[in-house]
Design a protein around this ligand. Structure first.
Ligand code: VG1
Ligand code: CO
Length: 564
């Protein structure tokens, strides 16, 4: 006799709407009875649709609090829904890029990723669930809309409580399910597949050699901060075992359910310890990754900060240094709209296409699947390529190291030479986190009107004047399937090409986060500005932006939480 399927009556929960990248809520919200089960049932129905029965999914998460419980729920609900197989990382652990790689390599129907990415974890922190499709990438809007609709109508879910798998032990587990037959869970090594992928993309011996003697004949020291997130085990294998970095230069490599109480977001604020260590000047390079391993921050010696918009452009400019791309036809690059346009200039010079998409990796999927782009990136420390369908932190560091191993120059020299050739797209982002939702919404409504009213006007601050050329709320039509994404951010574009962008975050779990993005172009001939500080250069534009949206009036905030 097969394992019994139990149908459990439930009621819908408000607000199970996936945001920029999956459903993210506070842990206690997920811990409510039926809350996680409801959403998982909706993911299977909405994500897999008519091919649900007999499907195979990859399942894993970044090790944060609640991951193991959620993996068990997914196993039991998948068994009851007639899926044929789940491939689960050991202990339910997989980085986001590793899930994407497995979905593609195993040619399965998709995956479920348990993470709230760069948001803090622990019993009072955030948890998240994201569905990825058979291309390995985050579900597009029409699928997340279908999932959300189901969560609003759900009245029951199916579960096999007697399907129990010890995910701590690698192995093959088979069950006979009443009504649908064989159900398999394969618990696999979390690291192996991803490491093989990286070895197939980069020239590891050349990088190893460069690390051994690349810094003027002595060892190139790279300080890597995994922030107690998902990259730790991958970093240890790749950078210590295979590339010969010092074990003591690999920081916070043990994944922790609460990220050691820290905010696993690799930026100048939350990865401050790394920045401070780099400032001492004894180390050649630094990198940090976020909770689920898809974001990266790259620093040169003395904590020289590589702006993510520049990082994408530099990798694009040197793409031929990466063996994976030597035999591939590179025809274009893409960036999200708030990302500064440095990569567009590289595309232009090389006669390639440049695409501008809404915020969120899901909008790159069609462009990659359709062969239109080789690389893409976001200003939010996301960089990636067609090797998978997620951004990839470790890949970005390896791409930099590969470029250094060929160019034999420092990080800072490479960036400064880039500016001297293409000019510099100076960028900054101000985040106002955990703002009261009412105030944030009022601000955005007020702002839309004042943005529209500013068209054609001159705006000044600190004695500098900019003339508004164009204003809009960014809208994107996908060139592959024609789908339209509206209201993706308020933009003020000035006559000299400088921009202000305002949008509300779609990854928060409580309150609202207001993001203000500012960028301006400096030509290669303007040697003084080329080397000035981004904050100084953009100060007048920031003041104009804060006045335009009446930030302090609506939010009571005198200063942002994070400045990038
Ligand atoms: C943020 C970033 C966006 C990124 C998203 C997911 O979204 O701005 O560029 O794709 O996080 O990244 P939002 O809506 O909060 O601005 V991650 O590392 O959370 O998967
Ligand atoms: Co992430």
């Amino acid at each position: 006799m097969g394992v019994q399927v139990q149908k459990v009556g439930t009621k819908s929960f408000a607000g199970q709407k996936p945001g920029t990248s999956g459903l993210r809520k506070r842990v206690p919200e997920f811990q409510q009875e039926h809350y996680t089960e409801n959403f998982v049932q909706a993911v299977l129905d909405g994500g897999l649709g008519s091919k649900k029965k007999g499907s195979t999914l990859v399942v894993g998460g970044d090790g944060r609090f609640l991951c193991k419980e959620a993996v068990n729920a997914i196993i039991q609900i998948s068994a009851a829904n007639g899926l044929s197989r789940l491939v689960v990382g050991q202990d339910g652990f997989l980085s986001t890029p590793a899930v994407s790689s497995l979905i593609r390599n195993l040619k399965v129907d998709g995956g479920i990723i348990l993470t709230a990415s760069h948001n803090p974890g622990g019993p009072k922190g955030d948890f998240g669930i994201k569905f990825n499709c058979d291309n390995g990438g985050p579900a597009p809007d029409h699928i997340t809309d279908a999932i959300y609709k189901i969560t609003t109508e759900i009245s029951s879910y199916s579960i096999c409580r007697d399907v129990v798998v010890d995910t701590g032990v690698i192995g093959h587990y088979e069950f006979d399910i009443e009504g649908s037959g064989k159900f398999v869970v394969d618990v696999i090594d979390s690291v192996e597949d991803y490491v093989e992928l990286m070895k197939s993309i980069f020239d590891f011996p050349a990088i190893r050699e460069y690390i051994k003697s690349g810094s003027g004949g002595s060892e190139l020291r790279v300080l890597i901060d995994s922030m107690h997130g998902a990259t730790g085990p991958y970093v240890s294998t790749i950078f210590n075992d295979l590339l010969g970095c010092n074990g003591s230069d690999l920081l916070r490599t043990v994944p922790k359910p609460d990220f050691g109480g820290c905010h696993p977001d690799p930026n100048l604020t939350y990865a401050k310890d790394l920045v401070d260590r780099l400032k001492v000047g004894e180390v050649d390079m630094g990198a940090a990754f976020d909770g689920d391993g898809d974001r990266n921050m790259i620093l040169g010696k003395n904590a020289f900060f590589v702006c993510p918009s520049d990082s994408l452009a530099v990798i694009a400019n040197h793409i031929q240094c990466i063996p994976y791309f030597k035999n591939r036809n590179v025809v274009g690059f893409a960036r999200s709209m708030p990302t500064a346009a440095a990569v567009d200039l590289v595309a232009k010079k090389k006669g390639l296409q440049a695409y501008e998409t809404p915020t969120g990796w899901k909008y790159f999927g069609n462009l990659m699947d359709d062969g239109r782009i080789a690389l893409c990136g976001e200003e939010s420390f996301g960089t990636g390529s067609i090797h998978i369908r997620e951004k990839d932190g470790i890949w970005a560091l390896l791409a930099w190291l590969q470029i250094l191993s060929v160019q034999k120059k420092s990080v800072e020299t490479i960036v400064r030479e880039h500016w001297a050739e293409y000019g510099r797209n100076v960028f900054t982002r101000y985040d106002y986190e955990n703002v009261e939702s009412g105030g944030a919404n009022l601000l955005m409504t007020f702002l839309e009107a004042s943005v529209n009213a500013s068209k054609g006007k001159e705006l000044s601050a600190n004695g500098v004047t900019y003339k508004v050329a164009l204003t809009d709320n960014f809208e994107y039509t996908d060139p592959v399937d024609g789908s339209i994404a509206k209201k993706q951010g308020l933009r003020v574009i000035f006559e000299d090409g400088s921009r202000l962008v305002f949008r509300l975050s779609g990854t928060g779990s409580a309150g609202a986060t207001i993001r203000l993005y500012v960028d301006s172009y400096v030509s290669p001939d303007d040697k003084t500005k080329l080397n000035a500080s981004a904050q100084d250069l953009l100060r007048p534009l920031v003041l104009i932006a804060l006045d335009l949206c009446k930030m302090e009036q609506f939010t009571g905030r005198k200063a942002p939480t994070v400045i990038t």
